[in-house]
Design a protein around this ligand. Structure first.
Ligand code: 5AD
Ligand code: SF4
Length: 443
């Protein structure tokens, strides 16, 4: 028996990829270890989106180097994910104790990479975008609890000027619908009740359907709901406003098990900045789109990403972003100071905004969004809704789940309810969560 430790950074796609890597390696006798200290094979599954991402990986690699020395060199170290894709050569050159560097598209080849690396001196760099999609080579998935992720799409063709994703994850690729339905069936057969469909730009999904036609995300969601009675909640993330089509809006209207929450990043409320970001939509396009979505599903809760201090952003642009937030009313949002990514067009743009201005704008925006989130949470007090209790809470006797609107909800409940869907009544709103009581039995 050998031991494997995977440290995952970044987005949910990486969480999904890490689970799949563990599954690919299981037939070689690798069981998951709790810490790098106990592992024969350590994989860092990296994320390139945040600032200094590569430096963080190198400092983690410094720590692993000491562990490897302590074990007399008897440890295979692999770097996977988006930093590996972007900085593969650099990692090979700067970190000789790293045995394997692999990109997000080649982890189905991990068994042979590990075999090569286990032979003396056999270092491997594989950051190809292979013609054969990795999904065709992955084993059937193992469920780890009642909620699961399912990657349906990867990569992005949008080329927003601040973003590294089109370079690290490559061009847009949609999995055939049949493979997705098979994976869903396997997960649901193991007790999964909630699926989150994943993709860098998930609503660009356009996979070959079982009937030979091209299915969009709306159709895929509808088919999942139709085929699987055991599937009680469907979510998807992350979306681009330009790829929300009529079929997807109709799914929000007509598929009750599609949860009323949508993470739909807008990034800015200024048309000038949106154009410089190459977002391909205006602030009013976004307002109109949200109107249409809310007409279809009036209780739809919205979330977004915002970038503050994009090159050339003036105070007026910033005010336009605040005005958009005022108009929409978000249930939650993520916000980031712009930081240049080498190789992206915005990194070389004129008008880089001073750090202090970015910080002030970020703080102002976060105050506004926190107020909206608190108001949204308060409006939920007294409401009843079904919640899949998928995790133990922080305190003994507590279980945790997600509301239909994606808020964390905690409830005092016996441990045997873990994994079940229960109707809860919300009793208290916090800044980032709801407190609830059991109210009405299983749903
Ligand atoms: N600087 C700041 N934020 C960024 N994001 C992506 N690239 C950058 C960058 N260079 C943010 C965007 C995106 C989220 C995942 O990360 O808001 O939607
Ligand atoms: Fe990056 Fe999203 Fe823009 Fe694609 S749509 S380039 S993933 S921010």
């Amino acid at each position: 028996m050998r031991r494997l430790f995977i440290k995952t950074y970044g987005c949910q796609m990486n969480v999904y990829d890490s689970a799949r890597m563990a599954e690919v390696l299981a037939p070689l006798g690798y069981a998951v270890a709790a810490a790098a200290e106990d592992a024969d094979l350590v994989i860092l599954n990296t994320c390139h989106i945040r600032e200094h991402a590569a430096e963080k990986v190198f400092s983690e690699l410094g720590r692993l180097r000491k562990l490897k020395l302590r074990r007399g060199g008897d440890m295979v170290i692999a770097v996977a994910g988006c930093v590996a894709q972007a900085e593969g050569q650099e990692i090979m050159a700067r970190a000789p104790h790293v045995d394997i560097v692999l990109g997000p598209q080649t982890y189905h080849r991990l068994p042979e990479m590990v075999a090569r690396a286990s032979r003396a001196g056999g270092r491997v760099l594989d950051t190809e975008f292979p013609a054969e999609p990795k999904f065709d080579y992955l084993p059937s998935p193992t469920a780890h609890g009642p909620a699961a992720f399912l990657s349906v799409q990867e990569g992005c063709d949008k080329f927003c000027t601040f973003c590294v994703v089109p370079y690290t994850r490559g061009g847009e690729y949609s999995r055939p619908a049949g493979a997705i339905l098979d994976e869903a069936a396997a997960l649901i057969g193991q007790g999964v009740r909630e699926l989150t469909l994943l993709g860098q730009n998930v609503n660009a999904y356009h996979g070959r359907g079982a009937d030979g036609a091209v299915w969009g995300l709306g159709r895929l969601i509808r088919e999942l709901a139709d085929r699987f009675d055991g599937l009680q909640a469907i979510r998807y993330t992350t979306s681009h406003p330009g790829d929300v089509d009529d079929e997807l809006i109709a799914a929000h209207r007509e598929v009750p098990r599609l949860m009323p929450f949508l993470h739909l990043p807008v990034q800015s409320g200024s048309d000038r900045i949106l154009a410089a970001m190459n977002r391909r939509h205006t602030a009013d396009d976004y307002r109109r789109l949200v109107d249409r979505l809310r007409a279809a599903r009036p209780d739809l809760a919205l979330s977004s990403d915002f970038i503050l201090g994009f090159p050339g952003e003036t105070d007026r642009d910033y005010q336009a972003t605040l005005a958009l937030i005022d108009d929409i009313g978000f249930a939650q949002a993520y916000s980031f100071k712009y930081s240049p990514r080498p190789g992206t067009p915005a990194a070389g743009m004129e008008g880089q905004v001073p750090e202090q201005v970015k910080e002030e704008r970020l703080a102002g925006l976060q105050r506004l969004v926190a107020g909206q989130a608190m108001a949204f949470n308060r409006a939920c007090v007294g409401r009843r809704f079904p919640v899949l209790l998928d995790r133990p809470g922080r305190h003994p006797g507590q279980l945790l789940g997600r509301s239909p609107y994606m808020q964390s909800v905690f409830v005092d409940a016996p441990a045997e309810l873990l994994g079940s869907m229960q109707v809860l009544r919300v009793t208290r709103a916090n800044a980032n969560s709801l407190a609830a009581v059991l109210d009405g039995g299983a749903s």
